[in-house]
Design a protein around this ligand. Structure first.
Ligand code: E4P
Length: 214
């Protein structure tokens, strides 16, 4: 399973990348806005740090605008994947730009049928938002299971990119379901590597070692 970092914060990306397990990065307009910098500037810096897919989202609400934006975003760097929202205009734009060879991450997926439409139009990734479903008392991971079932039934190449991840259990469940990618905040990546028994065990080894040295 691939791990992407879900942030536009350069310090976080540097820290995550130094762990060696980061395969790519996803951003959205909210994350780019938080940096206070231009999308292009941030994107170029991220591409210098992580050599893997970088999702950058379009802002337009009309297909023509999305297509134009997608072409300029894709021209920033070979690793750029264009994020298109799962709306009617987005589906039209996806149909055009996927045929041009631009890789597209269809975002804001909340049903398996939305994922099916995106896959039919050549999406490279679909991003089901599990945390936002959990927030409204609906099982987000069930959506991931439904999408995987549909994609397996028809042999779609579209990768399932689990997004809106809030905690390590989302990652474990995504891995058990065989999701292709999870995109996670640095905080959740750090939670993955922690276990209190590891810390207690190490502390005891060190204390015993110190004692033996007098
Ligand atoms: C990533 O592609 C999404 O934009 C992101 O995971 C959304 O997460 P949120 O629901 O925590 O904002």
């Amino acid at each position: 399973m691939k791990l992407f970092l879900d942030t536009a914060d350069i310090d976080e990306i540097r820290e995550g990348a130094s762990l060696g397990v980061v395969d790519g990065v996803t951003t959205n307009p909210s994350l780019i806005a938080k940096t206070g910098r231009t999308l292009e500037e941030v994107a170029r810096e991220i591409c210098e740090i992580v050599d893997g897919p970088l999702s950058l989202e379009v802002i337009s609400a009309e297909a023509d605008g999305m297509i134009e934006e997608a072409r300029s975003l894709a021209a920033i760097h070979k690793n750029v994947v264009v994020k298109i929202p799962m709306i009617r205009e987005g589906l039209k734009a996806l149909n055009v730009i996927s045929q041009e060879g631009i890789r597209v991450n269809v975002t804001l997926i909340f049903s398996p049928l939305q994922a099916l439409l995106a896959a039919k139009n050549g999406a490279a990734y679909v991003s089901p938002f599990v945390g936002r479903l959990d927030d409204i008392a609906t099982d987000g991971m069930n959506l991931v299971a439904e999408i995987i079932e549909v994609f397996d039934a028809y042999g779609f190449d579209t990768e399932v990119l689990v997004a809106s991840v809030r905690h390590p259990m989302h990652i474990l469940q995504a891995a058990q379901l065989g999701a292709d990618v999870v995109t996670i905040p640095l905080k959740v990546l750090e939670q993955m590597l922690k276990h209190p028994l590891t810390d207690i065990g190490l502390e005891k080894f060190m204390a015993d070692w110190r004692k033996s040295q007098g």
